[in-house]
Design a protein around this ligand. Structure first.
Ligand SMILES: [Zn+2]
Length: 433
């Protein structure tokens, strides 16, 4: 792209990153300016606390940015003080998808409930991860990645729970970053294979809630490790803790497994299956915050068949206690008036400090690399309306050596990434030439 071309583009900028987002999952404010001559200015509602503009710094190495303490960190941290909307329950399912996720989705659909799923691309699914197969409720062989498509197609929200479910605070900086970034890449590759739209995973639940809840033995300098893990998470999305632990992951009861074939877990013979199902329900419904109708982020796991069987009565009980249900994305929009995507610096794959070649793209599906949508351009492409609005890619992204601006042409427009601008005005689009 020539410099003259860039100047021409800069004169007719369509706001993309500013107030552009339509709610992907219901609720929240609608889009703002689509004036093709508007400058990229922030026209979103005021934030409380105010959202600072933060320029990325690379001083801590690839993928690790300094966290600005005034940026929203997330929800439900230990110690309370996080006032959630009264009478709203946020069901958050961790560690899936698993053999039981399909039936859990059936229940959620039958009950008219939307939830948030924090996904592991591998973990219990083994090295094949989301491409591995399982036996579904009908006895048919199915592929885990199709459950991801169901989750997004049916209005649920998916978030990042790392690839292998390791305690981030016990890992090196690079290993912890890889756990988050590789998970996002594998989840998006799986979504593309199913025909679903790829998306940044801007909600993060670190395994075990670490570093706020510790699990594995920490390194010699645990404070530094916890700080690093906290920053890693905070710079990839909103950190989602919980206010009620259903206790479903406390042990595997007799008859429980993460797979329909059974086995693979160490069972606590002192806990019967029926007792565990009842305990999950009573732990949640008996929590003092429920009687007070306080907002609740509820931790459950779609890897437990006992959770599957506890779910219908759990939802009914919460409804009887006066609760409605929401997703964590809706919570972010309710609290800050904008999507989580614009509240965080963005996941590591889209980090301006990470080389474009390492951002990953949908090339793994066998698509022509010259006509793929990669890395941070995914975010811009999806946010702008994707194929419906922009059409197919007409060529590969190109970066101007002088300005650093990366652009990619599409059927109906040109997307540009401007590293010299402060987020959220780094992404712009012009109409097709
Ligand atoms: Zn987990």
């Amino acid at each position: 792209m020539t410099r003259a071309r860039i100047s021409a583009l800069a004169a007719a900028v369509l706001v993309l990153a500013c107030g552009r987002d339509k709610p992907a999952d219901g609720g929240g404010p609608g889009p703002a300016s689509t004036d093709p001559t508007a400058l990229c200015v922030d026209d979103g509602p005021a934030l409380a606390p105010a959202l600072p503009t933060v320029a990325p710094t690379c001083s801590l190495g690839p993928g690790v940015l300094a966290h600005d303490a005034s940026r929203p960190l997330g929800f439900g941290f230990p110690g309370g003080g996080d006032e959630l909307p009264a009478g709203v329950a946020y069901l958050t399912f961790d560690d899936g998808p698993s053999d039981w996720t399909g039936e859990i989705l059936d229940t959620l659909a039958a009950k008219g409930v939307h939830a948030t799923f924090f996904v592991n691309a591998r973990n219990m699914k083994g090295p094949q991860g989301l491409d591995a197969t399982y036996t579904d409720a009908a006895g048919q062989t199915s592929v885990y990645r199709d459950l991801l498509k169901r989750e997004v197609d049916e209005g649920h929200v998916i978030g990042n729970h790392t690839v292998d479910h390791k305690d981030l605070a016990a890992l090196s900086d690079d290993a912890a970053a890889d756990q988050l970034d590789l998970n996002e890449q594998l989840v998006n590759q799986a979504l593309i294979k199913t025909g679903a739209t790829p998306r940044p995973l801007t909600l993060v639940r670190p395994p075990f809630g670490s570093p706020w809840h510790h699990h594995a033995p920490l390194p010699a300098d645990p404070a530094a490790a916890a700080d690093t893990a906290g920053r890693l998470v905070a710079n990839r999305g909103l950190d989602v803790m919980w206010t009620i632990d259903s206790s479903d992951s406390a042990e595997w009861a007799t008859g429980e497994s993460y797979t329909r074939a059974g086995g693979g877990v160490t069972v606590d013979a002192s806990v019967s299956y029926a007792d565990k199902v009842a305990r999950i329900q009573s732990t949640v419904l008996g929590d003092p915050s429920i009687a007070a109708r306080a907002g609740a982020i509820i931790l459950v796991h779609d890897t437990h068949n006992a959770t599957r069987d506890a779910l219908p009565a759990l939802i009914d009980g919460l409804r009887a206690a006066g609760y409605s249900f929401g997703t964590i994305e809706e919570l972010a929009r309710q609290r800050w008036g904008r999507p989580s995507l614009t509240l965080t610096p963005g996941p590591g794959l889209f980090d301006a400090c990470v080389a474009q070649a390492q951002w990953g793209c949908d090339g793994a599906t066998g698509a022509d690399p010259a006509h793929s949508v990669c890395g941070r351009l995914w975010r811009a492409y999806a946010s702008a309306g994707g194929a419906d609005k922009l059409g197919a890619p007409l060529g590969a992204p190109a970066t101007d050596a002088t300005t650093g601006v990366t652009s990619q042409p599409f059927e109906h427009g040109v997307l540009e990434l401007h590293p010299e601008r402060v987020a959220p005005c780094t992404e712009t689009m012009t109409a097709a030439p």
